[in-house]
Design a protein around this ligand. Structure first.
Ligand code: SAM
Ligand code: SF4
Ligand code: SF4
Length: 362
């Protein structure tokens, strides 16, 4: 099976250069796109590999034994990632999230975190399937990681294994969550993707299990990322329905967002025992304040999870281009950004060929 190469690459030379940029943005500092959205977050996919085969992300039929993952030489190395993050920081980012694929499979990921923490002034987060977290949590925290999100799609083994198509016990992920909390990576956030007919019966048991635990479960609407998961609108359970189901047992009230552009809608238990979140990526798109850019494993920059084309920053890193010119290229890319896929998605406009999440970074 051919690996998931970018659909198209926009030559950096086609971008507007500094002299064409609006004066207010030609300097370093916060950058706004043509819809006024600032560049604030960078998600970095540090590996396209994973030890799970979640049906909604890397289905086994496609990502089986003969799937070609990226060779090591194609991956950005830690110095390259750190250099780019330093440049992005000058352009206004305040948060970095390491993801993948499964980021804890990247050898010595702690070293990368240490390097990124060394830049200073950045909130460093990581999203993981939790399989290696129990033994890595302390080291990640010591290296400078600030926050962790753990994916867990059910609290019972049969459903969990049906979702991730791997023989991995829930108990090991729970150990990882507790190790993260013990290491001070709190509050731990837990992502549950809900797919109709597969794990919807696990919504309430998940809420019940973590009710009062201090961890925050976020229920995510199943999205049409990539083109291998066979997404259908009928498989989506809306966050409204999820809140209604949980609220019927544990009464909930909505809480204000912590900051503009917060992806999850927050709900708190009326009995005071914590909160949950819902991420309505499909039914209530939040493109209007999306501040996220994505860097793929091999250094392609994407301005949307559903982008059809990316910009090859690795070439600039490897051909001797200086920091100022790379910074200018990033400016040019962000300032022409017009993405709002989720706002204009309909069943008819769902593109047949999209980049896989494991490559672009979830
Ligand atoms: N392997 C790590 C993990 O699973 O946490 C990090 C990468 S994963 C692509 C990042 C997040 O994207 C996970 O929480 C996962 O559940 C979510 N995700 C993947 N495919 C999705 C889809 N089709 N719809 C909604 N969320 C999805
Ligand atoms: Fe792996 Fe995460 Fe994708 Fe599941 S969601 S297959 S754990 S990258
Ligand atoms: Fe951001 Fe694209 Fe998602 Fe909209 S669809 S919220 S622009 S990543």
């Amino acid at each position: 099976m051919e690996r998931n190469t970018p659909i198209s690459v926009i030559p950096i030379s086609d971008l507007r250069r500094g002299k064409d940029l609006p004066a207010a943005h030609a300097q370093t500092g916060a950058l706004a796109d043509i819809r006024g959205r600032q560049l604030r977050d960078l998600r970095i996919s540090v590996t396209d590999r994973c030890n799970f085969r979640c049906v909604y992300c890397m289905p086994k039929e496609i990502f089986g034994n003969d799937y070609q993952f990226l060779p090591r030489s194609q991956l950005l190395d830690f110095d390259e990632i750190t250099r780019l993050v330093g440049i992005f920081k000058e352009r206004g980012i305040t948060k970095v999230r390491l993801t993948g694929g499964e980021p804890l499979l990247r050898r010595n990921i702690e070293h990368l975190i240490e390097q990124l923490a060394g830049i200073g002034g950045l909130d460093i987060a990581l999203t993981t399937n939790g399989s290696l977290l129990s033994r890595k949590a302390r080291g990640l925290r010591d290296a400078g990681l600030n926050r962790v999100t753990v994916s867990l799609d059910a609290i019972d083994d049969p459903t969990f294994q049906k979702m991730n198509d791997a023989e991995f016990p829930v108990a090991k992920v729970l150990e990882g969550i507790e190790a993260a909390a013990a290491a001070g990576l709190t509050p731990v956030k837990i992502n549950m993707v809900v797919k109709r007919g597969l794990n919807e019966h696990a919504i309430l048991p998940m809420a019940r299990h973590f009710h009062g635990s201090g961890h925050i479960v976020r229920f995510i609407e199943y999205m049409d990322v990539g083109s291998t998961n066979g997404w259908r609108m009928d498989d989506v359970i809306s966050s409204r329905e999820i809140v209604n189901r949980i609220g019927a047992v544990y009464p909930l009230e909505q809480v204000d967002p912590l900051y503009t552009g917060e992806v999850a809608e927050r709900w708190r238990y009326r009995d005071g025992s914590g909160e949950i979140g819902v991420i309505s990526s499909v039914t209530q798109a939040f493109c209007h304040d999306c501040t996220r850019a994505r860097l793929s494993t091999e250094g392609m920059l994407y301005t949307c999870l559903f982008a059809q084309s990316g910009y090859d920053l690795r070439r600039l890193l490897r051909d001797g281009t200086g920091d100022d010119a790379i910074s200018e290229a990033i400016s040019g890319i962000w300032q022409v950004r017009d993405d709002r896929y989720s706002e204009i998605r309909t069943t008819e406009t769902t593109s047949p060929r999209k980049i896989e999440m494991s490559y672009i970074g979830g």
